[in-house]
Ligand binder design. Structure first.
Ligand code: HGY
Ligand code: MN
Ligand code: MN
Length: 424
């Protein structure tokens, strides 16, 4: 049996019903804002009850599929098909189950569900051709990819890949001062099992979160890289004062300086096309109507295909912050929270994904990712590549985030064929 035949069989063995059933059950966890057509958003912040339940549903479905499940100390959930010995590195595939605040149902979960179904399909195809799996297959649901509650983003995969010390991750705190350690201990403390071996390769299926696939009318993309990113926190510091009794010239209004800086952010992005920049969160303290705000705490998210440009945008932002602070009699503080480089995926693996799409008879575009993904952390330790499925209207990090189920099935078929070619 040729490798292409096994790949085609693996693609055909993907069950749309199973995939839809698991996707639906996970989507109900943290569901909100249900519209008349039944569509809704999902909110499952990292290490929350909802995220924990989603990991449990994934673990149950994996066990039912015959995989053995383990969790590591940072809460990544692994489901392995094949021997858990120390000699043979697994092929690893997966994504994340946590979401941003007020997020969608497909970001992350689409990849986890398609990965589990693709692994089931590959094992079926190998069994039918009478061949044993030459190495274990492992499906992962990464913990805290979004970093929406506990920075940094892509935390679970960074700990796994060794780029973030576990103690630093466990001591990260959210805006209420709760640590990852406390949030994890409140539920299922990880068994502390360290990864057996770095994976032989890593594949991640994810929604595109852009409009290319939809515009091209193509169901799948092979992704060859991810743009660079830098995330930081900043503060404008002034002095609280009485909103009525304090003359304007005697005020040190932190929100005035923050507002001036925020209006400069889009200019910084436009000065470095196609760079993007966002202040996703800003909070004025103490937050009462009749007190002049003495402090603003806010975030910045800078991205660009070139790492050098991201560094320049960050320098521009800090300079603008200092200038706005000086103008308003305030002080400005900036703290970098994480950065990820421009990542180019393994050309061999990217090519293999394209060949798998051919073997599965599914057309595939080639795309570069503007959004960040856990694959960014895996690329330095193993050959990594990604597949995208379309996002309707390019909408993401929004309750109307949507991908047609048929597109998920097509993506799972290409993923299954890729795994089969990798193992062949
Ligand atoms: O921010 C991102 O690009 C991803 O959604 N974590
Ligand atoms: Mn994601
Ligand atoms: Mn996301």
């Amino acid at each position: 049996v040729t490798r292409a035949t096994t790949a085609a069989r693996a693609a055909a063995a993907v069950s749309a019903e199973r995939l839809q059933a698991l996707f639906h059950s996970i989507s109900e966890v943290g569901a909100y804002g249900r519209a008349a057509d039944g569509r809704h958003g999902c909110e499952r912040l990292a290490f929350s009850e909802e995220a924990h339940i989603a990991h449990q549903l994934f673990a149950e479905a994996a066990r039912e599929t015959g995989l053995t499940v383990r969790r590591d100390r940072i809460g990544n959930t692994f489901a392995r098909l094949g021997p858990a010995d120390r000699e043979t590195a697994p092929v690893l595939t997966g994504s994340h189950l946590d979401t941003v605040a007020a997020g969608g149902c497909f970001d992350g979960a689409a990849g986890v569900v398609c990965s589990l179904e693709a692994v089931r399909a590959v094992s079926l195809a190998f069994r039918e051709s009478g061949a044993a799996l030459p190495r274990p297959l492992e499906v992962v649901a990464w913990a805290n990819e979004e970093g929406a509650r506990f920075p940094p983003a892509m935390m679970g995969s960074a700990v796994y890949a060794g780029s973030l010390p576990i103690e630093a991750a466990l001591s990260a705190t959210d805006s209420e001062g709760i640590s990852v350690r406390d949030a994890l201990a409140a539920r299922a403390p990880g068994e502390g099992t360290q990864p057996l071996l770095p994976p032989a390769s890593y594949l991640e299926l994810h929604i595109e979160q852009g409009v290319e696939l939809e515009a091209a009318g193509v169901p799948v993309a092979v992704v060859d890289g991810v743009q660079a990113q830098l995330a930081g926190d900043w503060r404008m510091i002034g002095r609280e004062a009485h909103a009525g009794a304090t003359p304007m010239e005697r005020r040190r209004d932190a929100l005035l300086g923050a507002a001036a800086l925020i209006t400069e952010v889009s200019g910084i992005a436009h000065a470095h096309p196609p760079g993007v920049a966002t202040v996703g969160k800003s909070v004025a303290f103490p937050g009462s109507r009749n007190t002049v705000p003495g402090l603003v705490e806010a975030t910045i998210d800078l991205r660009h295909p070139e790492e050098r440009a991201v560094r320049t945008m960050a320098a521009d932002f800090i300079r603008a912050g200092e200038a706005c602070a000086a103008q308003c009699g305030l002080s400005f503080e900036f703290t970098e929270r994480w950065r990820s480089p421009r990542v180019t995926f393994s050309p061999h693996l990217v090519d293999l994904c394209s060949r798998a799409a051919d073997a599965a008879g599914i057309p595939a575009l080639r795309l570069f990712s503007a959004a960040g993904h856990d694959a960014v952390n895996l690329a330095p330790i193993t050959p990594a590549a990604m597949l995208f499925v379309p996002s309707t209207g390019g909408v993401s990090h929004h309750p109307e985030e949507f991908t047609e189920m048929n597109a998920l099935v097509q993506g799972a078929r290409v993923l299954s064929a890729t795994l089969a070619l990798l193992l062949g």
